[in-house]
Write a protein that binds this ligand. Structure first.
Ligand SMILES: Nc1nc2c(ncn2[C@@H]2O[C@H](COP(=O)(O)OP(=O)(O)OP(=O)(O)O)[C@@H](O)[C@H]2O)c(=O)[nH]1
Ligand SMILES: [Mg+2]
Length: 302
């Protein structure tokens, strides 16, 4: 063990689990202090686990944002669920997140059971009751009391991930539950996914914001070329859709829509990479990619 470390240094894996749209990715980004996970108003934005590391003098929390838990209706959704469950089952502390707006008893039961069914009674669980900025104060206590009666949570913390309210208390509770031990990662490492992953995600984020109904869910993105050396970094991203009929929707009249997607995505990609980028977007069809293992594997979703 590193002799410079305090004797009670803590380190461990923290899975952020819960139903789709609870605010898990918003929380990961807020805790890490960097936009690692895409955030959209639509459920099922996150499709695979995203790692974010918080390193302080006395602890290192290796956080894992996970896809929202739901009953899978097709292959991609079952792969998403498997990803989330593997993080939830393998973590040192589960940070279970609730959407406080869904607080009738049935909705709370549903939210709690999705994750708690997957873990053993011994594992520490911290319950983060999120979006409290949208809920009248007097409704919070009954929610907390109901949840406390359902499971022996190690802590119940009301938070607003969006406003970064309650996050210090949340982190303190989590750190106290981490095992004592040296850090897993060097202190300057924040994540371990390749740049290509984040770039593809930032393009997908724009599609999720811009389109409704089926299009976001029928879309996948992949970096096909990433070249440095010129005046700007050249990045070609393919936007896959499932059917020929979806292609013109993404392109828009005279290519207007794809140009706007490109402009918005380029700004966030440049911010993420800290360099100027030439972003080249292409739309291609991959029949039924959501349902086929070969495609899901190629897209790093399986
Ligand atoms: N008002 C409010 N909105 C929030 C808060 N946290 C997240 N949101 C919003 O809730 C929506 C979903 O947030 P995400 O962070 O993408 O949720 P998620 O749990 O990662 O969703 P999936 O990846 O689909 O499972 C976004 O529009 C966020 O801006 C919060 O504390 N307050
Ligand atoms: Mg998410």
């Amino acid at each position: 063990m590193d002799t410079d470390l305090p004797g009670n240094h803590r380190c461990g894996y923290v899975a952020i689990g819960g139903i789709p749209n609870a605010g898990k990715s918003t929380l990961l980004n807020a805790l890490v202090g960097m936009k690692l996970s895409i955030i959209t108003p639509r459920p099922q934005s996150t499709r695979r686990n995203v790692l974010g590391i918080v390193t302080e003098e006395s602890y290192q929390a290796v956080l894992m944002d996970t896809p929202g838990l739901l009953d899978p209706a097709y292959r991609l959704q079952s792969a998403m669920r498997a990803q989330a469950l593997s993080a939830i089952r393998g973590c040192d502390v589960l940070l279970l997140m609730l959407d406080a707006r869904k607080h009738d008893e049935q909705a709370l039961d549903d939210q709690l059971d999705t994750a708690l069914d997957a873990i053993d009674e011994q594992r520490p669980v911290v319950l983060a009751i999120n979006k409290v900025d949208l809920v009248p104060k007097e409704e919070l206590l009954p929610i907390m009391e109901y949840c406390a009666g359902k499971w022996g949570f190690n802590a119940l913390i009301p938070i607003s991930a969006l406003r970064s309210d309650g996050l210090e208390t949340l982190m303190q509770e989590i750190v106290a539950l981490l095992p004592v031990g040296p850090p897993h990662y060097p202190d300057d490492v924040i994540t371990e996914h390749p740049e290509r992953f984040f770039v593809a995600e930032l393009v997908r984020e724009v599609v999720f914001h811009r389109f409704s109904k089926e299009i976001p869910y029928a879309t996948a993105t992949q970096v096909e070329e990433f070249r440095r050396g010129g005046k700007k970094t050249y990045i070609r991203v393919i936007i896959y859709v499932e059917r020929q009929s979806q292609k013109p929707i993404l392109l828009g009249k005279g290519g207007k829509s794809i140009r706007q997607i490109g402009q918005t995505a380029r700004v966030s990609i440049e911010k993420f990479l800290g360099e100027e980028v030439y972003l080249d977007l292409q739309v291609k069809v991959r029949e039924e990619w959501r349902h086929r293992d070969t495609h899901l594997r190629d897209l790093d979703l399986l």
